[in-house]
Design a protein around this ligand. Structure first.
Ligand SMILES: NC(=O)c1ccc[n+]([C@@H]2O[C@H](COP(=O)([O-])OP(=O)(O)OC[C@H]3O[C@@H](n4cnc5c(N)ncnc54)[C@H](OP(=O)(O)O)[C@@H]3O)[C@@H](O)[C@H]2O)c1
Length: 215
């Protein structure tokens, strides 16, 4: 990557321009940089898929009153690593005052994915939940959310005891190693498994399973 000066972007009719305070960097950025998503990327592409900052310009179809609002935004597969980023207005969330831009990008897409997974699996009071690959951005959010939803057990897999201790601070009740061993008191059956790692136990990259629910 190299640092370059580019002309200020102009928004399409349904887009906004955001002056960024913070950018989110996640696993997907590494995948894009490896060139394995969508067949690679063109030279000169600006990477980055999520930002937080202030709207400084709006397209013709967006209400001018949004200028000056603090927002989190999904910028797609490019454009986030910049002082001025463009996003579709539909991909923007207005930030409440109490949330900093750094917190917004830390939660950003990762917490949204975790929320979607737990909501889709109808996680609720008394459920036994396993989060596999829990030490990463989606996993931590999934552990916190499952705990808040009243799960009876939130077991996690992680590759280090330090990460395990940290996950316990977020609400994990049982810490297992990547093979699923390490805590004999952990449940042996789960109502919901949020599988962030995928390989090698399942063929998909990110799986939510709820064997007992009919969704
Ligand atoms: N973050 C997002 O917004 C987002 C959105 C959509 C999709 N995704 C995708 O979802 C996946 C997870 O994203 P993330 O942001 O949570 O990634 P992450 O922060 O890198 O966390 C992934 C975790 O998985 C564990 N892990 C890695 N390799 C493993 C293996 N072979 N077996 C078991 N566990 C393993 C690691 O923890 P330990 O070493 O402690 O086991 C790591 O902390 C990625 O494929 C990403 O592209 C992410």
């Amino acid at each position: 990557m190299e640092l370059v000066d580019l002309p200020a972007p102009k928004p399409e009719a349904d887009q906004v321009v955001i002056r960024t305070d913070a950018i989110g960097i996640g696993g997907v950025d590494a995948v894009i940089r490896r060139g394995t998503l969508g067949g690679g990327y063109p030279a000169g592409m600006v990477l980055g898929s999520e930002v937080a900052g202030t709207i400084v310009e709006v397209g013709a179809d967006v209400d001018q009153n949004h200028i000056g609002q603090r927002v989190w935004a999904f910028t797609g597969t490019s454009g986030g690593y910049a002082e001025l980023a463009v996003a579709g207005f539909g991909d923007v969330i207005v930030l409440p005052d109490g949330i900093s831009s750094v917190d917004a990008v830390a939660l950003g897409s990762a917490a949204t994915v975790a929320h979607f997974a737990l909501a889709h699996a109808h996680v609720g009071h008394g459920d036994r939940v396993l989060v596999r690959g829990a030490a990463g951005s989606i996993g931590i959010a999934a552990v916190e959310l499952a705990t808040q939803l009243g799960a009876a057990a939130v077991a996690v897999t992680t590759s280090s005891s330090d990460r395990g201790r940290r996950l316990q601070q977020f609400g994990a009740t049982h810490v297992l190693d990547r093979a699923g061993d390490g805590d004999a008191s952990a449940p042996t059956e789960f109502d919901v498994i949020v599988d962030i790692a995928g390989d090698p136990l399942s063929p998909t990259s990110s799986t939510i399973s709820r064997p007992t629910a009919g969704w």
